[in-house]
Design a protein around this ligand. Structure first.
Ligand code: GSH
Length: 374
């Protein structure tokens, strides 16, 4: 059994991930094995992982982040044991080692792998995030994001701050399920199918399907506010976590304006803006030959070869992404520094030197036009 999703590739070269292994459910029933209780559970995430961030988004939106604690691993995979070559998610040794990541004060684990081994000493499989951990029984409840978000939606409502928020309302369930199916297959996992393909044919197939699905989203979102109508649902969160990783915001804190200076040449004026990491003290003018727009240097577009079109070339999808980003609590689930470091730094077979491209500058907090559907 493969230890990494990256290695779950069939003989024909296509990415084919295996199912998650821990599939228990937390229930509002106090007599169940895993009852919904304040302070009992912990969510281990990576800010880089779209699947883990689905769950974090639920903690924020449902007002459960005081009821269920959470912490993030470091973004870049590291060796997890002296005795073998498995590289995976690790915790920092101290809270100052890596901004956004926390040591594992609960179990004293050095890696996510250790948690899987604590839960099952015979475990062999992938060591993925998210991990929903039961502090009382010292085990993994569930490591499948699509199930964790369903529990968070309904089972903690007695103690959730925003119990009334229902992201899987009964009248939309059939439509949400149907939407999830094609969005997952062609977009959420579709970008990984493009990136992890080891032969041209499966890549060609996945990339066509990805862009057909993005075109379909664009069409749907030109007629309605959200992907399943005018109601914000689970399906929007599942789509958003991929869209936000497609066109990355400027990680270095540069405001880049482009000027054309003759055929084939672009001049970029790079201006540092306040409060964020900057590399230059003074505004600089840099010239790029030939005319390669910065906007082509994005996470999925570059790293996973999803470069037919960027999200911001789709007016409705782009404004939709901004709209969701601006929902209270959501921007705190987006850590671009972790996303960049992780994708570019953790897949040596895709990016052997671990070089992180500069990326474009997009401000997702700027106005959008989605209120037109209100
Ligand atoms: N089915 C899982 C998939 C989670 C998943 O693929 N996580 C990736 C990060 S995006 C991971 O932890 N990979 C570690 C590895 O492949 O070793 C879910 O949706 O919860």
């Amino acid at each position: 059994m493969a230890q990494h999703a990256l290695d779950e590739v069939t003989e024909s070269g296509a990415f084919n991930p295996s199912a998650s292994t821990f599939r228990n459910f937390i229930s509002k029933d106090p007599t169940s094995q895993f009852p919904a209780e304040s302070g009992r559970y912990h969510l281990y995430i990576s800010f880089a992982c779209p699947f883990a961030c689905r769950c974090l988004t639920y903690l924020k939106l449902k007002g459960l982040d005081k009821v269920i604690s959470f912490s993030s691993v470091k973004p870049k995979w590291e060796r997890t044991k002296e005795t073998d070559d498995y590289f995976g998610w690790v915790f920092p040794a101290s809270s100052t080692e890596e901004s956004g990541a926390d040591p594992d004060t609960l179990n004293g684990a050095k890696s996510i792998r250790e948690l899987y081994e604590l839960a099952n000493s015979n475990y062999c499989g992938k060591y993925t995030v998210p991990v929903l951990w039961d502090k009382k029984l010292k085990t993994i409840v569930n490591n499948e994001s699509s199930e964790i978000i369903r529990m968070l939606n309904t089972e903690f409502n007695e103690i959730a701050k925003n119990a009334d928020l229902d992201l899987y309302p009964s009248h939309l369930q059939a439509l949400i399920d149907e939407t999830n199916e094609w969005v997952y297959d062609r977009i959420s996992i579709g970008v990984y199918k493009c990136g992890f393909a080891r032969k041209q044919e499966p890549y060609d197939e996945a990339v066509v399907q990805l862009y057909e699905a993005l075109d379909k989203c664009e069409e749907i979102l030109s007629n309605q506010h959200y992907i399943c109508g005018n109601h914000f649902t689970e399906a929007d969160i599942r789509l958003f976590v991929t869209l936000i990783r497609f066109d990355e915001i400027d990680p270095l804190g540069f405001d880049v304006t482009k000027e054309r200076i003759g055929s084939g040449h672009n001049r970029y004026i790079v201006v540092p803006f306040g409060g964020r990491t900057t590399r230059f003290r003074e505004p600089r003018v840099i010239t790029v030959y030939p005319a390669v727009p910065f906007s082509s240097k994005t996470v999925y577009a570059v790293h996973f070869k999803c470069n037919k079109k960027l999200i911001r070339e789709y007016p409705n999808l782009f404004n939709y992404t901004k709209d969701i980003y601006q929902i209270s609590g959501i921007s705190s689930t987006v850590n671009m520094e972790h996303i960049r470091k992780s994708y570019y730094g953790s897949h040596p077979s895709l990016n052997p030197y671990g070089i992180i491209p500069i990326g474009p500058s997009i401000d997702y907090s700027t106005p959008h036009d989605r209120e037109r559907f209100n």
